[in-house]
Design a protein around this ligand. Sequence first.
Ligand SMILES: [Zn+2]
Length: 535
Amino acid sequence: MSGFELLIRGGLLVDGTGRPGRPADVGIAAGRLTVLAPGEAPRTSAAEVIDARGRVVSPGFIDVHTHSDGVTLLGPSGGGSTLVRASVLQGVTTEICGNCGSSLFPALPERLSAMRAETRITFGGDVGAYADFAGFAAAHARVPRANHLASLVGHGTLRAGVLGPVDRPARPGELRTMCALLDASLAQGAAGLSTGLIYTPGSYAGTDEVVALAAVAARHGKPYVTHLRDEMSRVEEALEEAVEISRRSGAALHVSHHKTAGRYAWGRTERTLPRIAALRAEGMDVTCDVYPYTAGSTALAAMLPPWANDGGLGALTARLGDPAQRDRMRRAIAEGVPGWENTVGNGGWDRISVACAPRHPQAEGWTIADLAASADADPLDVAADLLVAEAGEVTIISHSMVEEDVRRVLAAPYAMIGSDGVPKPGGRPHPRWAGTFPRVLGRYVRELGLLRLEEAVHKMTGMAAARFGLTGRGVIRDGAHADLVVFDPATVADRATFTEPLLPPAGIDAVVAAGRVVVRDGEETGARPGTVLAL
Ligand SMILES: [Zn+2]
């Protein structure tokens, strides 16, 4: 029983499988776990001992849905460290990025410089654009990080990386090129294919194009992960499109941040969840993830009809400068466009608040309706002026959901947890990047009793690892990777709010990644053992 580098003693082991917690000690050597019966390990048997009495010891949390692709690449001077810390402090030892159709790869060589200019805007710094997963992983390998990172291949990125940001179907040769780039990155270790079918340029693709690409993921045994084409009034049709893509391609289906948002869709999880349960009962491999908030967050430009973004940022800015085009956008929002989600038409500008507008911090925290009222202006004009002044890059928070729907999805036995965090410097981002996991454990387990502790931990660990092929992670057993969290079930809670969005949580005592203590007593230790995981 000697030779452990680290011993976690006296805790309640909640092992990630969903089974009831049990008292046990955990020894760590060379990045791997050994489970020890209480009393089996003498006090002197390890270089470091963490006293976990009264605490839960669980696998490190797996955040299955992030947009953190470039955040460590920003470096400390780019505001990256505060943002990076937020994920680790809530117990996340593996992040999966490349979601919603957007990743930092792949692209044809001749498209890379244009895409690099776009990602510089999206991430608020030069994070690069890469030809393939290997290039992405190599760039990350040069920047130490505390936790691990896996990435999906974003369909929007793949499409822009071959066709450019254009509103037309892919030609057969272009689709073959997209399939080849996807195939190469999946072979190198990317986690699967993601789409964001409300976002341009992904939204320019029809179902057949996505089927062809998902079939490549299926050949690799990797999932099709989708931000549905509509999460509002047409969410059920959008779910059926995803089901069709999964059936025709043979890829497992994972629905991202499942929600039924906007006043016309509130309560619709009473239909979507039974539909998913029925598909599972038929033997279909379908899962989803969810974040524990009634507000979402996205780009202000995504509030505009799809044609407004055709041709990319320069074309959008030109249209926003033209009063006639603004009138067309106003009409599209008022009347709707077939096949377009139309968040503002489903809710209103009074539900859209500005999260990040780097050159207009005074607008942050206010709704577009408030800003319009105080300027005695039309909300569309306020949004358009802000977009032009910020070169297209404004993040918003959309208060679009009701609590009952969030609870139903959280309770679904196939729903895992994803923060959907969009870490970028400055502003008032959505608090989910710093609060998601403690919020589930504090509010939905301890306070509301919606989930058993073991169930919630399973959603955050073992279930997620199984979905995304993270072998040897998400469970505590002999020989598993030493990614762990030690938390206090009596006090664990999120503290991040919409006004103070990066406040660290309470009750997350220690976090271990790759066998190294990266958080001790709720503070970062400075250890950087994290790697990019090739799956
Ligand atoms: Zn999304």
